[in-house]
Design a binder for this molecule. Structure first.
Ligand code: C2O
Ligand code: CU
Length: 464
């Protein structure tokens, strides 16, 4: 019987008796589920949820319970998902032992809803966030009070706003990358461990997390494309990623889809950045590819003597490879923001040491909140020249507005909208931004949050 079966199967790869290929039939991302919140509002155009920041026991390190700081009891927080034009209402309660806020990273919301921490929400306090979602894209939320510590302890979550129409790729997942510092007993390491030097380096947790999981596996079929909405929610870690034998086709970033897909073997996400990528599993059936974190030298020897680390695996089942349908050559049209006649706002990212030998990071030589605010008016177009005078990279983030990066000739790159941009050491970048009608105080800062907390943060005062 066994022999007959074997003979019948000669030459048929998918028919191997005892070694019968395993076929994966579940969702490809079943090991990294994100929780969905309960929508209290029957109106399909309104997502209305309760969200509580509280300390809860979570298993991060396998076999150990850790008291993390959570949104609704898990890390990351629930995935908030809606469509362009929908309204989001969040009834927030702070049950943490200290003040907090929720900043909606990348969302063009009114200044009063931006959650920049001024004012903050005290322990036991509540706040109702309510705004519409004007743009499709991959966004996220996190505290803006004592942010390096609070993010590092687990407070962050994803927010996805879907573009209208059919999804570009059927198999899609939101993937929140982060890290955590947890000791051998399963206890969170003090947020200030390592002192002033660690503030300057920016603290990286030893446990790399993918939706709160350590080294999970994605399950794919050869040839069937997977869309990953990647978010770097780490307080300091850059994620430079490689996937064995594969390329990443980037279809979107901070501000939704790109104009055209771009393919590369290496993907770099600075803290705060998002990349929406398509991966087509092309390794042999029944094999596994490893997605590795590759050390990235962001200054001060931050990559020195460090080895690549496994972030997650991609296991391919035994199904015969299929041919992936091609992505559209053009995903979207992005109109350029014309920088002609724009006011120039020049800011320096600085590191200074005072007479008492205390080193600090700041904007224009001043630690937050001492730098003069950048002044601008609603409706204006500004070119920001961001000059990094230090010996380390800093990912620059502006709240509330998207910008376009200017090329060397001063022309706006319409390839994508950004809200977070890595500024390499001793280099500068120019970006162009047009302010729509949302006056108020808007923060900008380095998204290495230890740096922001040291003082590399400033304000844009936008007046009517
Ligand atoms: Cu994610 Cu002030 O930023
Ligand atoms: Cu920085």
């Amino acid at each position: 019987m066994r022999l007959a079966f074997a003979l019948l199967c000669i030459g048929v790869a998918s028919c191997r008796g005892e070694d019968e290929p395993v076929e994966w039939n579940g969702p490809f991302d079943s090991e990294i589920p994100l929780r969905a919140p309960v929508d209290r509002n029957p109106d399909p155009k309104v997502l209305e949820v309760d969200l509580e920041a509280r300390i809860a026991e979570v298993e991060i390190v396998p076999g150990k319970k850790t008291k993390m700081w959570t949104y609704d009891g898990g890390v990351p927080g629930p995935l908030l998902r809606a469509k362009v034009g929908d309204t989001l209402v969040v009834h927030f309660k702070n049950s943490l032992p200290e003040a907090t806020s929720i900043h909606w990273h990348g969302l063009r919301v009114p200044a009063a809803m931006d959650g920049n921490g001024m004012p903050s929400i005290p322990p036991g306090g509540t706040f109702e966030y309510r705004f519409t979602l004007p743009d499709a894209g991959t966004f996220w939320y996190h505290p803006h009070v004592n942010s390096a510590a609070q993010l590092g302890f687990g407070l962050y979550g994803a927010l996805v706003v879907d573009e209208p129409g059919v999804p570009l790729v059927a198999d899609e997942s939101t993937v929140v990358l982060s890290d955590a510092s947890i000791d051998d007993d399963g206890v969170l390491v003090d947020a200030k461990s390592g002192g002033a030097i660690a503030d300057l380096f920016g603290r990286e947790g030893a446990w790399i997390l993918v939706n709160g999981k350590v080294r999970p596996t994605l399950h794919g079929h050869a040839g069937v494309p997977l869309r990953l909405r990647l978010i770097n929610a780490a307080r300091s870690r850059y994620f430079q990623l490689k996937l064995d034998d594969h390329v990443f086709t980037t279809i979107g970033g901070d501000g939704g889809l790109r104009e055209t897909p771009r393919t590369g073997a290496v993907l770099l996400l600075a803290p705060g950045e998002r990349y929406d990528v398509v991966v087509v599993p092309r390794n042999a059936p029944n094999s596994t590819a490893k997605m590795m974190w590759v050390p990235f030298e962001r200054g001060f020897g931050t990559a020195f003597a460090r080895d690549p680390e496994l972030v997650m695996s991609l296991a391919i089942d035994g199904r015969k490879a299929v041919t992936a349908p091609a992505l559209p050559a053009r995903l979207r049209t992005i109109a350029p923001v014309d920088p002609a006649g724009a006011k120039l706002q020049r800011i320096e990212l600085t590191q200074t040491t005072d007479a008492a030998k205390t080193t600090t990071l700041g904007i224009n030589g001043k630690a937050f909140p001492d730098a003069m605010p950048v002044m601008a008016k609603v409706g204006e177009t500004n070119v920001w020249e961001i000059v990094n005078t230090t010996d380390a990279h800093h990912p620059f983030h502006l709240h509330g507005f998207f910008f376009q990066v200017l090329d060397a000739a001063g022309a706006p790159l319409t390839s994508e909208w950004k809200d977070t941009l890595d500024i390499p050491k001793k280099e500068s970048r120019k970006v162009v931004v047009r302010y729509d009608d949302r006056p108020g105080m808007w923060m900008f800062h380095c998204h290495i949050l230890d740096h922001a907390e040291l003082g590399m943060m400033g304000m844009l005062e936008l007046t009517p």
